[in-house]
Design a protein around this ligand. Structure first.
Ligand SMILES: [Zn+2]
Length: 484
């Protein structure tokens, strides 16, 4: 049987860059076996040491999760599609029962007239919107369209939570902020924009990080939580706090040109942990800061989140519950996968083991373990100014740049050799162990990984990490090198 396996963007680098691979197989397990026997790197990302599929990787045959069929033994037919779906650095009772819904003023009636003449919204629906409260976590790429559409639609109370400051590199996609806002706290910039869009709504701002200490109290005060975050600890925290407080979690996530959206609502279906019980290990899934994101993508995914939020408030049918929407902006393709509540889910299952919020940084492996601290102590580092001083003095130093070729195109340090992180072990022969070697990347994290990988591969020359990478070089040595 010829089946097509669809490889997600984050994993394509381990499959020779292919987005689709056709293999002959009788079962899903056999198909994956075929795929990973030709792409050994991919195997490491899909399977653990016990040869079992990793928890943050789900396999779908057509639109069904194979865990709900016969797993690796699930039979395939000619023309079937197998999708690898890794987690990606995305009718209301409570609200319908909201007691007395506020009336609309004449000004509001004029403003919302295109809603009022739709039978699906009408006066009743618009008053539900006015009575509703929504907490948005983050005012970045997803939060921008989300906040603007929810404000425009007349959601009566919006909570906005962010602790970040507007940076120039945000403006390519975070259209709630403008050039004049660079350097301002995002919640202030967002509040001004939302107030301008609709002065009739109440805006509550929280300039803070969402933590295990504040999440439950905050969430209890709102009808719906919308997750516009970009990191795994917050994603799991939002999910768990939503399950514990019984709130719907309107989810969206983005990477490069692929997006995901769903509504996780434990009272009505699957939660995020039913889909992904555990996060990927740190570093495996790149963040948007490392991997990039097409500027319009969060606009589309955030607008879907706004759409579903409004439908939940209106008590509409057809909400994205138990459905995972996948969007590929590059090929303009939508897919929809079925989700199911997992009775063994650690938080929403029949016998939950998580009954309170935990330490999510630790859960996601982001708190340094003792041996990692030791490794970083062993890591020899230099600063950009020190490196420049030594080069000027004529010291014999080879500089290896472990960024990607398209980053090298944007900015480079003179007289460096480019070997991307993913190739560094295979190209170990190109690095002279008898010369002192400085390794650099954009900010110093990938170069530290490269040094670790080279040491593990038996490289015995002296390796020094450039602290702060090319950004530090631009700051300290040569400001004509652009920062990106
Ligand atoms: Zn669950």
């Amino acid at each position: 049987m010829a089946v097509t396996i669809i490889i997600p963007t984050a994993l394509r680098q381990y499959a020779g860059g292919s987005s689709e691979v056709e293999v002959e197989a009788k079962t899903t397990g056999e198909a994956l076996e075929r795929l990973t026997s030709t792409h050994a790197e991919l195997r490491k990302h899909l399977y653990n040491d016990q040869n079992r599929l990793r928890n943050f990787v789900n396999i779908y045959l057509n639109d069904e999760d194979i865990r709900h069929a016969e797993g690796a033994e699930t039979k395939v037919k000619d023309g079937d599609t197998i999708m690898i779906v890794p987690s990606i650095a995305g009718g209301s009772t409570t609200i319908e029962e909201a007691a007395s819904k506020p009336a609309l003023t004449n000004e509001e009636i004029a403003r919302y007239s295109r809603h009022l003449i739709m039978p699906e919204v009408g006066m009743e629906g618009q008053r539900k919107l006015k009575a509703a409260s929504v907490l948005m976590i983050g005012t970045g790429g997803l939060g921008a369209p989300l906040g603007m559409y929810l404000a425009a639609a007349g959601v009566g109370r919006l909570g906005i939570l962010d602790f970040d400051v507007v940076d120039e590199s945000n403006l390519q996609r975070q259209i709630i902020h403008g050039t004049k806002d660079v350097g301002r706290p995002k919640i202030e910039s967002a509040r001004d924009r939302l107030h301008d869009i609709n002065p009739h709504i109440r805006l509550d701002t929280y300039e803070t990080r969402l933590t295990s200490e504040n999440a439950l109290e905050l969430f209890r005060d709102y009808d719906i939580i919308v997750d516009g975050t970009d990191n795994f600890p917050t994603r799991y925290l939002v999910n768990d706090a939503c399950v514990l407080t019984g709130k719907p979690n309107v989810y969206g996530s983005i990477f490069r040109f692929e997006g995901q959206a769903s509504v996780f609502w434990a009272a009505k279906g699957a939660c995020y942990r039913c889909l992904y019980p555990e996060p990927p290990p740190p570093g495996l899934v790149p963040s948007c800061a490392e991997g990039g994101v097409l500027g319009v993508l969060p606009g589309i995914v955030g607008a879907i989140q706004a759409n579903e939020t409004i439908k939940i408030i209106l008590g509409a049918e057809g909400i994205l519950i138990n459905r995972l929407l996948l969007f590929d902006a590059w090929n303009m393709r939508w897919r929809e996968l079925k989700l199911r509540r997992d009775p063994a889910c650690p938080i929403c299952g029949d016998n939950p083991t998580i009954k309170e919020l935990i330490d999510y940084e630790e859960f996601c492996g982001l708190r340094p373990q003792p041996q990692e601290v030791k490794a970083s102590e062993e890591l020899e580092e230099t600063t950009a100014s020190e490196l420049k001083r030594r080069l000027d003095r004529g010291d014999d130093i080879q500089i290896i740049d472990v960024r990607e070729p398209h980053e090298y195109e944007i900015a480079r340090i003179p007289d460096t050799k480019l070997i991307p992180l993913g190739q560094v072990v295979n190209r170990i022969d190109e690095i002279d162990p008898d010369r002192e070697t400085v390794v650099h990347c954009k900010g110093g994290v990938r170069s530290a990984k490269a040094i670790e990988a080279l040491k593990q591969a038996g490289f015995n020359g002296r390796l020094i990490n450039l602290r702060g990478g090319i950004i530090a070089w631009s700051d300290e040595v040569d400001q004509s090198v652009p920062k990106y």
